[in-house]
Design a protein around this ligand. Structure first.
Ligand SMILES: [Zn+2]
Ligand SMILES: [Zn+2]
Length: 387
């Protein structure tokens, strides 16, 4: 099928333009107004059935082949990050303080590129393809509210796919892995309440700062002393604030942090596990606390058979030697929610090269030629599943 490659290459200019247009107008989580309008306009021009305003700015374009068959969903995120761009690119962000530093501009350009190609090839397809664009992947998460608003129904989605540009693997490669790929990601906020007073009179006080340090130490022992060492987990306290000056004992201390795991059982055990330790330490020291523990994204678990399909198609795109099994990451992804509802696979598209800045860096950029590979992968997967 070299025809696919040909069609995609003929469309290169349009793909690059789409990516750059979107790169210029980055909008952080749940403010994706212009982005969403741009995407909707593109889908409308392609003649797809359109749903907009899902979970605020989410968009779904549906390609119904008119022939019975399965339903495939191809997903992109739309949100940018609150970062001031420093790439110096001609098409750099026009929105001060916002930037597509996680490649979501590329993700949208790929799914839109796939819309154009698959629309041309619709005679070769059966069933339905939903092209889904969601807000707020970077948090608090757009996938869950979109699912709650029914995007996985009418018709019910059988398969879900998506990908992320990935600097950890080389440009020109595709990373596919069955099973766990990305971690469950939660957030906690904790306030410790003691009794403040004079720095010379600790016996009259409950030092919230000191209790806080003990809580942090105790939380670090979850991973080292309670978890199976063969089961990767993370507990990070990312911020800790207490105290005002040298001779005052703190009345309060505040911290927030995140937990990570690939395991569903551990994931559901975190709130109770964390609270037990916090309660124990605080009680023993005479302090009280307020804990807000929010379960964020589930672990991202790829279906084995879908990973095989993606691998097979990726091999046709970049050659067998350039398809690799990437190391899983403790980073989180709300693609995980769709994979809980349907068979699916999330894969990595290599953008790594020597001078490549990491994701979320103000200098992040990638070679736009990889977008053609991503589009080809999407199209081949669609033809494989619905052809
Ligand atoms: Zn990101
Ligand atoms: Zn991202």
């Amino acid at each position: 099928m070299p025809e696919i490659k040909k069609v995609i290459h003929e469309n290169r200019e349009n793909i690059v333009k789409t990516r750059r247009d979107l790169h210029r107008i980055p909008e952080p989580a749940f403010t994706e107004k212009k982005t969403s309008a741009y995407v909707a306009e593109y889908l409308k021009k392609e003649g797809l059935a359109l749903q907009t305003g899902i979970a605020k700015y989410g968009v779904v374009g549906t390609l119904d082949t008119g022939r019975p068959g399965k339903t495939l969903m191809i997903r992109s995120d739309m949100d940018a990050l609150p970062i001031s761009e420093q790439t110096g690119l001609a098409f750099a962000s026009m929105h001060e303080g916002a930037m597509h530093a996680c490649g979501h501009d590329g993700h949208m350009a790929m799914v839109l590129g796939a819309v154009t190609v698959l629309n041309k090839m619709r005679d070769k397809l059966n069933g339905t393809i939903k092209f889904l664009f969601q807000p707020a992947e970077e948090g608090p998460g757009g996938a869950k509210p979109m699912i709650e608003e029914g995007v996985m129904e009418n018709p019910t989605v059988d398969y879900s796919i998506g990908c992320h540009v990935w600097p950890a693997i080389e440009e020109g490669t595709i990373g596919v892995k069955p099973g766990p790929l990305m971690a469950a990601m939660d957030r906690f906020d904790l306030k410790i309440i003691g009794r403040g007073g004079h720095g010379a009179m600790p016996h009259l006080c409950v030092d919230a700062l000191e209790v806080g340090t003990q809580v942090i130490n105790a939380l670090q022992r979850i991973v080292s002393r309670q978890m199976n060492p063969l089961q990767p987990t993370v507990v990070t306290v990312g911020s800790f604030h207490a105290g005002t000056t040298f001779n005052v004992i703190s009345a309060e201390a505040e911290m927030c942090g995140t937990t990570r795991t690939f395991d569903r059982n551990i994931w559901s055990s975190w709130p109770e596990r964390m609270e037990r330790i916090i309660r124990g330490v605080c009680e023993s020291m005479g302090a009280s606390y307020e804990l807000e523990y929010v379960q964020g994204y589930p672990p991202l678990l790829n279906d084995d058979s879908m990973a095989q399909v993606v691998r097979r198609c990726a091999e046709e795109v970049v050659g067998r030697e350039n398809v690799l099994e990437p190391e899983p990451t403790m980073g989180g992804e709300d693609m995980a929610f769709y994979l809980e509802k349907s068979k699916g696979c999330f894969f990595f598209l290599g953008v790594g090269r020597e001078d490549c800045a990491p994701l979320h860096n103000p200098k992040f950029d990638f070679n736009e030629d990889v977008l053609l590979l991503g589009i080809e992968a999407y199209c081949r997967i669609a033809l494989d599943l619905l052809g």
